[in-house]
Design a binder for this molecule. Structure first.
Ligand code: DC
Length: 233
């Protein structure tokens, strides 16, 4: 794997670390908004790996493909053309930024993102992207699997209620009439699936710092991560 390594003087010892901030955590914790804001404050680029899994799930769905049909899945993965630009996600050149946020894709992405072969292909693409330049990357396995030598690893958490409340308000703002208990239950199912899957389950990297954002504003979370990065560049 190609990587641009930056050497840092660290307490008299030389450690090698990628100029990359990894932000992992469960769904609904505000990782994407936080990561985008941190990237903009630092003048770094932002990679949304969740959007990559969502776009892959959309491609699988559009192809009418079953994950059990391994030869067809291999063909789809070989031609999977994903890109991100200015916060938008493209599948074979088509802007799918809205389509990947649909309930349908949200439901279908869990099994797709648990597939070892899908992960292998997407992780390879993520590493290729992150090898050049300075990146803020958010996901579930960025600090534990994808970029284990990221210079800064943050594990962002919030109480299930705080996360569900956020999602509930987001759906209301979209004109929907969500049921809070249903939102909470759906989130509990996704938390369980993300943290109990066999491949790259959601967990905090040993060298990640954990931040509970339950009682914090977005600005406070962004300030905290930027300050943390500047103190440990
Ligand atoms: O963060 P999100 O809700 O957009 O992520 C969509 C799905 O992809 C979710 O089921 C978790 C999964 N995911 C993953 O398995 N690994 C990542 N690095 C990012 C997301």
């Amino acid at each position: 794997m190609e990587r641009r390594e930056a050497a840092h003087q660290n307490g008299g010892m030389t450690a090698s670390a990628l100029p990359l901030i990894a932000i992992d955590g469960p769904s609904g914790v505000g990782k994407s908004t936080t990561a985008r804001r941190v990237a903009s404050r630092l003048g770094w680029q932002y990679l949304d790996t969740g959007a990559m899994y969502r776009a892959a799930a959309l491609a699988v769905h559009r192809a009418g493909l079953s994950l059990e049909d391994r030869p067809a899945l291999e063909r789809l993965l070989a031609g999977l053309d994903l890109a991100q630009n200015q916060g938008r996600t493209f599948l074979a050149g088509e802007d799918v930024s809205e389509a990947i946020r649909s309930q349908e894709v949200t439901r279908r992405v869990t099994p797709v993102s648990a597939d070892a072969r899908v992960r292998e292909v997407l992780v390879e693409q993520q590493r290729r992207i992150g090898a050049s330049g300075r990146w803020v990357v958010d996901g579930r396995d960025i600090g534990t699997v994808v970029f284990t030598s990221a210079c800064c690893k943050v594990f962002l958490t919030a109480s299930p209620e705080a996360r569900a409340r956020r999602r509930f308000l987001e759906l209301q703002a979209k004109g929907q009439s969500p049921d809070f208990e249903e939102v909470l239950e759906d989130q509990r199912r996704r938390d369980l699936a993300d943290s109990s899957r066999a491949v790259a389950p959601l967990r905090k990297a040993e060298d990640a710092v954990e931040l509970d954002s339950s009682g914090l504003s977005l600005d406070q979370v962004v300030d905290w991560i930027v300050a943390r990065h500047q103190a440990h560049p």
